[in-house]
Ligand binder design. Structure first.
Ligand SMILES: NC(=O)CC(=O)C(=O)O
Length: 282
């Protein structure tokens, strides 16, 4: 669907910061119940966290992985259709033949799957004495930029570690995105260092709204999520944010702020493409 001059603006979004535990069905039920609450409260676009149907860990991915469509994404489609909302389904471990991906699905108001993003940059890090995580032990990286057409605006969708790669965001914005969405799951080492910093950086360097959506923190899990789901406006201001506990973060996305920021500080139109260029190799 293409964006029109009559698109509703502002529109309300909801970030679902939920606990994501070992019981897949409980995760699906919990997500559906939060989505219903968000819709009751007027959200037109609801966003779940990374790996919402499974614990976040390479040993869990093979066990929890599903094809798309599959039980988890069918449940998402049903609730999007029932409530007439757009739904960005965080991510799930996806199985496609002999490969596994960390994949986000997007549903429109009729429950149709309108986009699918496979995490492009796998989370392979080793911070001595703090955290080692190697998604590539079980996952394969996606190869595509994901721009989602909605009635509100184009949305650039990427997952967690993808936020650390400004090139991906720049390419989405080059394709017309005014809003960048990152289901994510930073941890107790990288969260306090970089979660908010990166969300604000991507907002400022792209003059776009940015939403980062985390699971709630469970200190007993093998991977302890930072939480702090946040929405940042194109000036870099935090417009909505929570702590580490379960809950829903709401924000109004007023796209006129994107236009105002881009017109006041017109870096989007001042790129020295005679000197440098970021280009999609596809
Ligand atoms: N979980 C991730 O993909 C990324 C992350 O936690 C980080 O970049 O830090």
């Amino acid at each position: 669907m293409s964006t029109t001059a009559t698109a509703p603006n502002p529109f309300k979004i909801a970030l679902v910061q939920m606990l994501c535990g070992a019981d897949k069905q409980a995760n699906l039920d919990n997500a559906a119940s939060h989505i219903e609450t968000a819709a009751d409260n007027g959200a037109k676009l609801v966003i779940l966290p990374e790996c919402f149907n499974s614990p976040y860990g390479t040993k869990f991915f093979p066990e929890y992985a599903e094809p798309i469509p599959g039980p988890s994404t069918s449940a998402l489609a049903a609730v999007a259709k029932k409530r007439g909302i757009y739904l960005i389904g965080g991510s799930i471990p996806e199985r496609d033949q002999d490969k596994l991906y960390n994949t986000s699905t997007v549903f429109d108001t009729r429950g149709e799957l309108i986009a699918k993003h496979r995490k492009v940059h796998l989370f392979d890090i080793d911070v001595p004495g703090k955290i080692r995580f190697q998604e590539s032990e079980t996952l394969t990286a996606g190869n595509a930029l994901t721009v989602v057409e909605t009635e509100f605006c184009k949305i650039g969708l990427a997952i967690c570690y993808d936020i650390r790669f400004p090139e991906l965001a720049l390419l989405s914005v080059k394709q017309g995105c005014k809003f960048l969405v990152y289901p994510g799951a930073f941890n107790m080492t990288t969260g306090p260092m970089h979660w908010e910093l990166l969300a604000r950086a991507r907002a400022v360097d792209n003059q776009a709204f940015v939403a980062v959506v985390s699971p709630a923190r469970d200190v007993d899990s093998g991977y302890v999520a930072w939480g702090h789901s946040t929405v940042v406006n194109p000036w870099g201001d935090i417009v909505a944010k929570t702590d580490h506990t379960p809950g829903i973060v709401y924000a109004d996305i007023d796209l006129s702020i994107v236009d105002a920021a881009r017109s006041a500080i017109p870096v989007q139109f001042q790129k020295r493409t005679d000197m440098y260029k970021v280009e999609l190799q596809q």
